[in-house]
Ligand binder design. Sequence first.
Ligand SMILES: C[S@@+](CC[C@H](N)C(=O)[O-])C[C@H]1O[C@@H](n2cnc3c(N)ncnc32)[C@H](O)[C@@H]1O
Length: 272
Amino acid sequence: MSATPQVAPEILQFYGTDFDEATRLTGTADGRLELVRTRELLRRQLPGAPADVLDVGGGPGVHAAWLARDGYRVHLVDPVPRHVEAALGAGVTAEVGDARALPVADASYDVALVLGPLYHLLERDDRDRALAEARRVTRPGGLVAAAAIGRYASVFEHTATTLLARDRVHDAVRDILATGRHEPGRKGFTAAYFHTAAGLEGELRDAGLGDVTVYGVEGPGWGQVKAVEQHGGGPLAADHPVFEAALCAARLADGCPELLAAASHLLAVARR
Ligand SMILES: C[S@@+](CC[C@H](N)C(=O)[O-])C[C@H]1O[C@@H](n2cnc3c(N)ncnc32)[C@H](O)[C@@H]1O
């Protein structure tokens, strides 16, 4: 483990030039399902506003923007300069930085959100370091929330897109199921780690966090939303019955831990 962590060049290139993260949560129905559910799950856990929120790997600030509108003081840290510039435009403070070496003082935030860095840290040591940093900067009793991509998400995704039948995608998905790892250059995504719910929970507990609960963000119906949007000839409105049913399914699934495996993203909430 190096003293100064370096973000992998493929991550910086993916978010810096290849992919538009600013529209990911608003431009597609499964993205909107992730946004709506992440927001409602966090609102259940957050302390009352105003409070200090550190948004680690906050990207272009989609969550930071609604948190600021809710009355929170939000500071965003992200390694991609394009994201930091966009976040500054969303009305929060922001700086370039790495989840493994946060440029902020000990116990200086009521809430640390880590919604993205764990996706792109393939080595356990790096994820441990990011969670240790989230714990370090959070005040005693404060909230740490960490998101992960679900281990089985790519099976559902590429069934919906129908790309799973192609050899290149099939083999990349097979390897994700076996190892959790997606090496860059194999299918249309950058380097990524796909967590099981138990694995995510264990990583937060091992970081010294307590009261850990894991939620399935999009629930078990997001693949149908994606399939209908992809093959149904256009964007799916928020009041489309398939979207509404998937949102209902996600809420019902909160009481059914077995269904965590079907979610695209997992959200772990815990206390320092
Ligand atoms: C899928 S985006 C998520 C953005 C936003 N938090 C959200 O939930 O919509 C993943 C984010 O993690 C950031 N990221 C990747 N590696 C990171 C690291 N080592 N430290 C901090 N952020 C990182 C990326 O720059 C990107 O903004």
